[in-house]
Each structure stands twice: as C-alpha cells, then as structure tokens.
Design a protein around this ligand. Structure first.
Ligand code: SF4
Length: 493
C-alpha cells in the first residue's frame, strides 16, 4: 500500500512520547514476569515470501535484542537477507550512548530515503535506545517522515503487531513506552554459532551523570534465577561453548528481589556447575562487586579469569562529578582483591577523557591508575554530552584539542601495558575457542583465549567452533600468533 505524503499528518494519534522526565521517576510498582508470549495466530504467515534486514548499532545488549527481533520475524515467516535492495522490512536497532552513534543512524536514514522512494512498499523502522529519547523521536518525525515505524526498548515483544500496523497504516506507527517494562520470558530468538548471550537483568539504577542508559533502558530488574539457569542449561545441551551473561550492571543482579536472597555471586556459583566450557559477564560496576562474588570467581573452572571493570577516571574528584559512587582508592583496593584471588586475572576497562572540569593533574591520575592496574585492553572515549543527562548541564569546558591529546596519551599508555601483558605469553600454550577464518587471511584460523585475546594460527577448518591448544610464537600489542599443539598438562590463559 502506498503511503500518503507526510506533510499533513497528525502524529499525535500514534505518538505516546517517551519522556526523560517520567523516566527519572522510578516507579515502585512491581515488575511482572510474563511467560505467555505467543505470536498471534493471524500473523504467523504475515511475512511468508518476504525478507528482513536488521542493522545493529552499539552494545551487546542491542545485539541481544536483535536476536530476539530476528526470532520474532522468523516466527512470522520472514527470512533474513543481507541485501537491503531486496528487503521488505529494514530495522535500525540504534544506540544512544554517544553522539557519533546517533550521527551514524541519521546518516544511514539519509541513504535509506532513496531506497524508500524506489520501493514504497518497504517498511522502514527505527528501534533501540535512540527511540527512547524524545528529542530523537521528534527529529525523526519532522525530518525523516518516510520512517514507517518507531518503537522502543521496552516493547520489542510488540513488534509483530506494530509491523502489521505499519504495513497497513498510512501514518507512521510510533509506540515507545516510558514505563520501565516487564520481563517477558519466552520470546523467540535466533541464535547462531558457538557463543551465546544470556540477559540476566535489564535496566540500570546507577544514574552516572553522563549516561543516558537509566532513562532509555528503565530501572534495574532481574530475571528469576530458575529462568536464567534453564536457559543456560538449554544452551549447554545445544553444545554452546561460551556464554556471556549480559546486563547494564550485571553485578546488581538480584538486588531487586524482595522474596529471595540471591545475588550475582549465587547465580555465578550455580552456573559454574553447568557443563559449558566458558562463562563471561559484562558489564560490572565496581560498587556492586562484593566479596562473595570474588570468592566464587576464584573457583575458576568455566568462570574465565577476565574481568571487565569500567573505571571511567582515575581521579576521585572526577568520579564524584560522574557520580560513580567509588573513589580511586576503593577501585584500586577492589583490583587488588581480584588479583590476589584470581591468579592470571586479566583486567579490561572503559575510560572517558575530557569530562567537564577535568584538569591536567586529574587526567594524569587516570594515566597513573592505568599504569598501576596494568590493563590488557580498554574502550576509551572522548566525553560528549548526552541530552537530558545531568552532565549535559555542566559546562563542557575541556577544549577538543586537549581532549584529543589526552585520548592519544591514554591510548599510548594502554598500548604499553597491553603489549607487556601479551609478551608474557610468548612460548606459553593457550586454550583457544576457534571462531573461523581470520578476517584478513583465509589460510589462518582466528579464535579467542579465555581472557578474550585474539589468536591467529594455521590449522584445519574442522576446528571451527571447537577448542584448540596453541603455543604463542609471536606477541603483538592486540593480537597473538601461534602454532597448534597437543593438549598440554598445564595451561596458561
Ligand atoms: S552504571 Fe552508569 S554508565 Fe553504566 S549503564 Fe548505569 S548509569 Fe550508565
């Protein structure tokens, strides 16, 4: 059906605007866990003979949501395509964490406008974190009126209905829920490969001053332990080799239960007993990292010795402005405990440079913390304000050229520690989960160690999806090279 021109549209019919103001008022109402999701009978063949494409931006949480959307679409009869020219539905699953992530989406919308003109039957949708921001939704409605469908992070399960409405409606369909969202347990999901993500909780209550997530993803709410454990057991039965437990703040898991005393350490202790070779988690918050969790992680086995522990800054004053709720000293004390409890632990982190008011001395405290911890890798960013966050009201007073120089110095420091750590592995044998051919050389296999280091080595393609043992022959800053060996009596990482 051809849509009418959008200039005379009455958006208000469909527009339940997302509101940061409402999102800031954390509700006390109970979160319902729903187990009775089903695709409506009349929509089960809705997509027969049609194809879809989903473009995913941002973090693993979005990758995870994309798997759910793929599962929903395939239960409606759609098939996946990589070719946007042939797609009947294109969804952009967006990220709001940084300005450049948003710019990319608006750039892509510009390209898709031409496709939409050539193929008016195409349903074009925007979902994910950007859709939870009122300013973004308004901008799409006004400047990219060819978008057919906008929905948020709390109502993904409504995709089949919304897609039907968008296909038949002459108007854009906009449904974004500001409420925190329930937990819907039995949504379909399309997974592939030997690795899987398992969401254990949703939302975040930390309200770091620079971050939009507590507003776009709602309040912290944990899945019931029996549901998480059942999913992990099921993945074990399917032969999955590695699971990453996901949440904005995984180690706050269970803090919202008022009927049971069961926290992240308890969950890890139970998952440890399930027969899956590797269990990871991301992302953790230093403030919620308790001693029981460290004790459990120290048991090793399938709990890998890699901790991603975002620090954001090495200066207590800056941490205070960021409302991170820990000091430099507390962070370092925690790292000390982790290193003492888990031999060979590999630490990675996230760091922001150029936060409002960050002085040269405060930035140097970040450099010295990086040296002290000896990270193996880090995601490093230049601060940019996000609309609606408390930090956006602070003066963004560190000049861009200073921010860029600080980022470069920080990355130089990280390269030194990453290289030093990799050099220690030269000559050692590491366990590698083989992912497939190297992206740059099809004659070489690529895989990851337990500590998530990328390893290249020559070997048979039949190893894909399996564990291999590799002696490290060359250690570069971010990658290792090696040769295949027999299973050793003792392993490094
Ligand atoms: S812990 Fe802070 S940075 Fe992480 S998602 Fe929550 S508010 Fe954002």
């Amino acid at each position: 059906m051809t849509k009418e021109t959008k200039s005379d549209k009455d958006y208000s019919i469909y527009f339940q605007p997302p509101s940061l103001k409402d999102a800031k008022k954390r509700g006390k109402e109970e979160i319902a866990v729903l187990y009775d999701f089903a695709i409506p009978e009349e929509l089960k063949l809705f997509g027969a003979g049609k194809s879809y494409m989903i473009r995913t931006y941002g973090c693993q949480m979005n990758e995870n949501d994309t798997e759910t959307m793929k599962g929903l679409l395939e239960q409606m009869g759609y098939t996946e395509t990589e070719d946007k020219e042939e797609a009947d539905v294109i969804l952009l699953n967006t990220c709001a964490i940084r300005e450049n992530a948003e710019d990319k989406v608006f750039g892509e919308l510009g390209h898709l406008k031409h496709l939409k003109t050539r193929n008016p039957g195409l349903v074009l949708g925007v979902c994910g974190c950007m859709s939870q921001e009122e300013a973004v939704v308004n901008r799409i409605m006004q400047k990219h009126a060819f978008v057919d469908l906008i929905f948020g992070t709390h109502n993904i399960h409504r995709l089949p209905i919304l897609l039907r409405d968008a296909s038949f409606s002459k108007e854009s369909v906009v449904e974004v829920w500001s409420k925190e969202g329930d937990i819907i347990e039995n949504l379909p999901r399309k997974r592939s490969g030997m690795k899987a993500w398992v969401n254990i909780m949703y939302g975040c209550d930390k309200f770091c001053t620079y971050c939009i997530v507590p507003y776009t993803r709602g309040k912290e709410r944990s899945r019931r332990p029996q549901d998480v454990l059942a999913e992990v057991r099921d993945l074990a039965r399917q032969g999955v080799q590695e699971i990453t437990l996901l949440g904005q703040n995984v180690n706050a898991y269970g803090k919202d239960f008022d009927d049971i005393n069961y926290l992240f350490g308890d969950l890890m202790d139970d998952i440890r007993k399930i027969d899956i070779p590797r269990i990871r988690f991301t992302t953790s918050h230093p403030r919620d990292f308790d001693d029981h969790l460290i004790e459990v992680l120290a048991k090793g086995g399938n709990l890998v010795e890699h901790i991603h522990l975002p620090v954001q800054s090495g200066s207590t004053e800056v941490l205070k402005l960021m409302s991170r709720k820990y000091t430099r000293e507390q962070y370092l004390e925690l790292v000390g405990k982790l290193k003492a409890a888990i031999p060979n632990v590999v630490m990675t982190t996230d760091i922001i440079v150029g936060f409002p008011n960050e002085t040269e001395e405060q930035f140097e405290e970040t450099l010295s913390l990086v040296r002290e911890v000896g990270y193996d890798n880090a995601f490093t960013f230049i601060y940019s304000p996000r609309d609606g966050t408390p930090a956006a009201a602070m003066e963004d007073n560190v000049p861009m050229d200073v921010k860029k120089r600080r980022l470069q110095r920080l990355n130089d420091e990280l390269m030194i520690s990453a290289r030093a750590s990799n050099l220690k592995l030269k000559g050692e044998v590491v366990e590698v989960l083989v992912e497939g051919e190297s992206k740059t050389n099809p004659d070489v296999l690529a895989g990851r160690t337990r500590t998530n280091k990328l390893v290249h080595f020559a070997g048979p393609k039949s190893l894909e999806g399996k564990m291999a043992f590799v002696r490290v022959t060359e250690a570069n800053t971010w990658t290792l090279k090696g040769e295949l060996v027999e299973e050793p009596l003792q392993l490094s990482v």
